[in-house]
Design a protein around this ligand. Structure first.
Ligand SMILES: *[C@@H]1O[C@H](CO)[C@@H](O)[C@H](O)[C@H]1NC(C)=O
Ligand SMILES: *[C@@H]1O[C@H](CO)[C@@H](O)[C@H](O)[C@H]1NC(C)=O
Ligand SMILES: *[C@@H]1O[C@H](CO)[C@@H](O)[C@H](O)[C@H]1NC(C)=O
Ligand SMILES: *[C@@H]1O[C@H](CO)[C@@H](O)[C@H](O)[C@H]1NC(C)=O
Ligand SMILES: *[C@@H]1O[C@H](CO)[C@@H](O)[C@H](O)[C@H]1NC(C)=O
Ligand SMILES: *[C@@H]1O[C@H](CO)[C@@H](O)[C@H](O)[C@H]1NC(C)=O
Length: 672
């Protein structure tokens, strides 16, 4: 009895002391948590205030890029910028060696500075056209978001692209930035503004060029570097990978894996965890027409798919001295997605700037100033072209960073006016693991009965003045039994189901692909996959984009009807299409079906080794990059002062035709 009594208080004592420790433990943890939160808050505030300064402690160091950028914005002359950077550096040389390396730094800073100026000028020229549009579009976007919030679709703004019917809402906005051909050209004030702007740019450029050449000669006097490119080490002659080796940078996981690990932070509306599963293919779908290999793939996950495909690339090397090209496995679109609607616009650039800093310190970068590097983004160019100095503008600045401008950037839609952007196909729903699946599918597509002459899936764009979508929909409705229309009004679930969409394309001979918010549509690739012959209304929708993937002879696999003729009611789509002879249609369809493998992405979880496999969109893209890099290498070796010998705004033309001579498509890409 006594024992028991004694025991009880002891037990209580014990447990209460246990609770006390526990309490202290909890208190400690909450205190630490508070500290961490405080730190995070502090640094995020810092980030916001410091604009492009990065959020991590180490990044608070001055980056020359940013310095120059800021100077830039204050519109200083190039020379004074240069001097400002030069002074602190040279002022501190103690030993000869330090001096030399610092000289190199000065030089690279100078060059960068000049590059920047060029970028800015180019950008400015382009932006004048955009700027008048953006005000309007921004208003429109806000409006559209408001309307949306009242309907259920608002919950998932990505619906459009998910269904691949169209570009995403996000694209929607970004497209608005496009120097648009839809825009009516009777806006007198904006025209005047534009002209003024151009003059300013022109005169500014003249002086800067003048100055530039002076600085340039200063640079070459300073550095006595011969124009020798460090070529990749040559392997034996019968090496199948000769000239095809690719080195993949081991970038910090912050830039890729961790984005996936924290997939729930990527989007407020869409379950990106589900969509980035399965190597980026998304959740599997049931067989279609008895063929396996289908997934509910979202276009934004191209970055993940590409990365995983690269991991099994047959000529991937761990030895960078062998590599002809260097892949940077960063997920720029997923990264940007986190902050597109967030309150801290500067965060949209943070990781990208961070990565650029990291890249420039690599020995691989120094070989060719990054000219042999490439990267992939599952978004359109317009999401990465924010006007410098305007944080309320859409997107981030990735595509105008000097490092990126030295690289090759692969995107689902490129800008026709950029040197460094190249379009690769949108991912579709089909990701076979074997050749057999492809062959099976191709055979199905040859035999399937197509009830309709043509079809259109999509939504009208009443807000875009020059959009031809409403005309197309009217024409489709008018030719009742020949055309099938799937109007994507909000709430219609049909547009959002992969199998419904595919069935739709499977039942048509021709599929209309008018521009939407931007030139390109994912629907183009889904319809080609279904063996449906694409009908384009603008050369920027495919011909001037997917130059590596689509045949040069556009008439072999597609029909082109100038959008202007449709808009003005001069072209009857039904008449144009029904006049094409039957044999020609069959030949075109066969061409389209043959294109299927190179426009889709193989399942990255398939067996390593591509022996005997069809070339998929990934293979074709890597080949395109290798070829481009080799061309740049040659030009640098030849000692060309200018790496590109054509004006940047003609990039589309040069890429398509190999020259910049006058062409009938010029008016489609006119920026004035
Ligand atoms: C460089 O440009 C500035 C104007 O931007 C001009 O005042 C200056 O004279 C130029 N310098 C040289 C050396 O041409
Ligand atoms: C360069 O330094 C001078 C003197 O410190 C300053 O007045 C000028 O604004 C600086 N220029 C730039 C482009 O920052
Ligand atoms: C110059 O170098 C010395 C040490 O070498 C350093 O203490 C000083 O801060 C440096 N000054 C500048 C302006 O970088
Ligand atoms: C460069 O500037 C100098 C004066 O600084 C001027 O005499 C010369 O004509 C300019 N050259 C060009 C090509 O603008
Ligand atoms: C910045 O961008 C916003 C949105 O596009 C636009 O409304 C505003 O006029 C721009 N500001 C400047 C200074 O360009
Ligand atoms: C880009 O390439 C040029 C040479 O073509 C080089 O001078 C410049 O430093 C490079 N830019 C960066 C950021 O590395």
């Amino acid at each position: 009895m006594r024992k028991l009594q004694r025991k009880r208080p002891m037990a209580m004592d014990k447990s209460s002391s246990k609770y006390r420790t526990y309490f202290w433990y909890v208190a400690m943890v909450s205190f630490l948590l508070w500290l961490v939160l405080l730190y995070l808050f502090n640094s995020s505030v810092k980030t916001v205030h410091n604009h492009e300064r990065l959020f991590r402690q180490e990044n608070v160091i001055d980056l020359p890029v940013h310095v120059s950028q800021q100077n830039h914005e204050s519109d200083q002359a190039v020379v004074s910028n240069v001097d400002n950077i030069t002074v602190p550096v040279t002022g501190n040389g103690s030993s000869q060696e330090v001096q030399i390396s610092e000289d190199a730094k000065v030089v690279s800073d100078l060059v960068e500075e000049l590059e920047k100026e060029d970028v800015e000028n180019v950008k400015k020229r382009g932006d004048t056209a955009w700027s008048r549009r953006s005000t309007r579009s921004r208003g429109r976007h806000r409006e559209s978001r408001r309307t949306r919030s009242s309907d259920k679709r608002m919950v998932r703004p990505n619906n459009d692209d998910e269904n691949n019917v169209d570009n995403s809402d996000e694209n929607h906005q970004s497209l608005d930035k496009e120097p648009n051909f839809f825009e009516p050209r009777n806006d007198v004030t904006s025209k005047k503004e534009r002209v003024d702007d151009n003059n300013v740019v022109e005169s500014k450029q003249k002086t800067s060029n003048n100055n530039t050449s002076k600085v340039n000669s200063r640079i070459s006097a300073k550095r006595n570097r011969p124009k020798v490119v460090v070529r990749p080490r040559v392997t034996r002659r019968n090496d199948p990978c000769r000239g095809k080796y690719v080195y993949m940078h081991d970038v910090p996981s912050l830039f890729n894996e961790e984005l996936l690990k924290n997939c729930w932070t990527l989007s407020r509306w869409t379950d990106m965890c589900e969509l980035t599963s399965n190597f980026g293919l998304g959740p599997p779908l049931p067989n279609m027409e008895g063929v396996s290999g289908w997934f509910a793939t979202n276009q934004f996950t191209l970055e993940v798919i590409f990365h995983n495909r690269m991991k099994q690339y047959k000529c991937l090397t761990k030895d960078s001295s062998l590599a002809s090209a260097v892949y940077v496995p960063y997920y720029p679109g997923l990264d940007l997605m986190r902050f597109l609607w967030g309150p801290f616009p500067s965060m949209r650039d943070a990781a990208a700037l961070d990565l650029m800093k990291w890249l420039r310190e690599r020995q691989e970068w120094k070989r060719m100033d990054g000219r042999d590097h490439f990267m992939v983004a599952g978004r359109t160019t317009w999401d990465f072209m924010r006007t410098p100095g305007n944080e309320s503008d859409w997107g981030n600045r990735l595509m105008i960073l000097p490092e990126i401008r030295n690289m090759t950037m692969l995107l689902i839609e490129s800008s026709p006016w950029n040197y460094h952007g190249f379009a690769v196909p949108y991912p579709t729903y089909f990701h076979p693991s074997t050749n057999a699946e492809i062959l099976q599918w191709q055979n199905r597509m040859r035999r399937i009965k197509r009830r309709y002459l043509f079809s259109f899936v999509g939504a009208p764009r009443p807000n875009l003045g020059d959009s031809i979508r409403s005309e197309i929909m009217d024409q489709c409705k008018a030719s009742r039994r020949k055309c099938k229309l799937l109007e994507c009004v909000s709430g219609s679930q049909k547009c959002y189901k992969p199998d419904q969409i595919m069935k739709f394309f499977l039942s048509s001979t021709f599929c209309l692909q008018p521009p939407g918010d931007s030139y390109t549509r994912r629907s183009t690739f889904d319809s080609i996959l279904a063996g449906c012959i694409p009908v384009f209304f603008h050369p920027g929708s495919a011909y001037a984009q997917y130059i590596w993937h689509l045949p040069k002879d556009i008439g072999k696999y597609s029909v082109f009807i100038p959008g202007k003729n449709v808009k003005e009611g001069k072209a009857s789509i039904e008449r144009v299409l029904s006049r094409i002879p039957r044999e020609k249609v069959v030949a075109m369809r066969e061409e389209v079906i043959k294109l299927i493998p190179r426009l889709m992405y193989f399942n990255p979880s398939g067996k390593r080794g591509d022996v005997g496999r069809f070339e998929d969109a990934f293979d074709v893209a890597v080949e395109g990059v290798l070829e481009r890099v080799e061309g740049l290498r040659k030009r640098i070796e030849e000692g060309n002062e200018e790496i590109f010998d054509f004006p940047e705004r003609f990039s589309w033309k040069y890429n398509v035709f190999g020259n910049v001579e006058k062409h009938e498509w010029d008016s489609y890409f006119d920026r004035r």
